[in-house]
Design a protein around this ligand. Structure first.
Ligand SMILES: *Cc1c(COP(=O)(O)O)cnc(C)c1O
Length: 343
């Protein structure tokens, strides 16, 4: 058997329950961008729906439509990178909730044929990624109110995204968010859904939860680099890279994964894997194979869990060794490694 990316769906379900409990009474919006953080969109979305998740979040309309195809008409699906009038039309057709962070899209909405768009207006609270700048907010509210009056839009919510890197910055962002909501109400726009937190603030900071918390990383058991551990958060890694021994020679044991499968070669010599004879160092990560320090009785076909669930190290452990974040390691896992789902 060749190397695979093994995903434990029951562990995923336990994380979903944990997230739900941690963010309650706010609802959990499961973020499924980047192919559900490389775990495989379709299978994870289906399981999440079975587990009672009713909100999904993705970057783009195409992904939102793919989620719709899996879960059917009753889920709410929020997307936040909308690229213009065709994209808006596709989003409305797929019955998506649209994150609008660009005033030009409000003009486009006025010209759109078809049903009313469900709009979540985004205030830029400091990240400057997209979002309506505070000095333009009043104008955007006015245009939104006009769209609502014309039945071109339904005002569903206001939202933002915060860095979750410093409590002080997040507090400043929240103050801008609350001011923006106040202004929306004054303009006659009452948001049904306010949302600004992702995993970290959603767990750690109750006042950031509002109505929805957009949780990606923690749902997949990816803890923050330099932050609290899995046990403290109550989450567990869901996925593991499982490699097979392809050859044994005096220099080492060869595994069938390498940098082309997503293992950063900069991790060569930096971490151990569990073997039947105890931990052994990963000595060289090549393009298509990895050489591990030898052990007695190593055999071709043996399976070795390289990182993730059941391994000595999680994605975030490896990330910390090379000064990055767990998502970076998880998202590099190549689509060429077959996803194998266990329960
Ligand atoms: C990625 C993302 C999230 C989820 O962040 P996590 O830290 O993975 O929970 C939430 N909201 C937006 C806008 C995002 O891009």
């Amino acid at each position: 058997m060749s190397a695979v990316y093994r995903v434990d769906l029951d562990a995923f379900a336990r994380n979903l329950r944990r997230v739900r409990e941690a963010v309650a009474p706010a609802a959990h919006m499961l973020v499924v961008k980047d192919d559900a953080y490389a775990h495989g969109l379709e299978v994870l979305v289906r399981r999440a729906w079975e587990e009672g998740v009713r909100w999904f979040g993705a970057f783009d309309v195409a992904t939102g439509a793919a989620v719709r195809a899996v879960v059917g008409p009753h889920a709410r699906i929020f997307v936040w990178l909308v690229g213009g009038v065709d994209d808006l039309a596709a989003g409305v057709a797929a019955d998506l909730d649209l994150g609008i962070g660009d005033e030009a899209l409000l003009d486009d909405l006025a010209t759109l044929a078809g049903g009313a768009a469900r709009v979540h207006l985004k205030i830029d609270t400091g990240l400057h990624r997209n979002g309506i700048r505070p000095e333009r907010w009043e104008g955007a509210l006015g245009r939104t109110a006009a769209l609502v009056a014309d039945d071109r839009a339904v005002f569903e919510g206001i939202w933002s995204h915060i860095s979750e890197a410093s409590d002080a910055d997040d507090d400043d962002a929240r103050a801008l968010f609350l001011a923006a909501r106040h202004a929306a109400r004054a303009a006659g726009l009452e948001p049904r859904f306010s949302h600004l937190a992702a995993s970290a603030a959603g767990f750690a900071r109750g006042e950031f939860r509002e109505d929805l918390v957009r949780v990606g990383a923690f749902s997949y058991g990816i803890r923050p680099a330099g932050g609290p551990g899995e046990a403290e958060l109550g989450i567990e890694p869901v996925a593991a890279v499982v490699a097979s021994v392809t050859a044994v020679d005096p220099g080492g044991v060869h595994l069938d994964v390498g940098s082309l499968h997503g293992l950063p070669s900069t991790l060569s010599g930096r971490f151990d894997v569990a073997t039947p004879a105890g931990p052994r160092r990963v000595e060289v990560i090549g393009a298509t194979e990895t050489v591990v320090a030898p052990w007695d009785d190593a055999r071709t076909g043996d399976q070795i869990v390289v990182f993730g669930r059941g391994a000595l190290h999680t994605a975030t452990d490896l990330a910390e060794m090379i000064d990055t974040i767990g998502e970076e390691i998880a998202l590099r896992v190549s689509p060429s490694l077959a996803r194998v789902y266990t329960a």
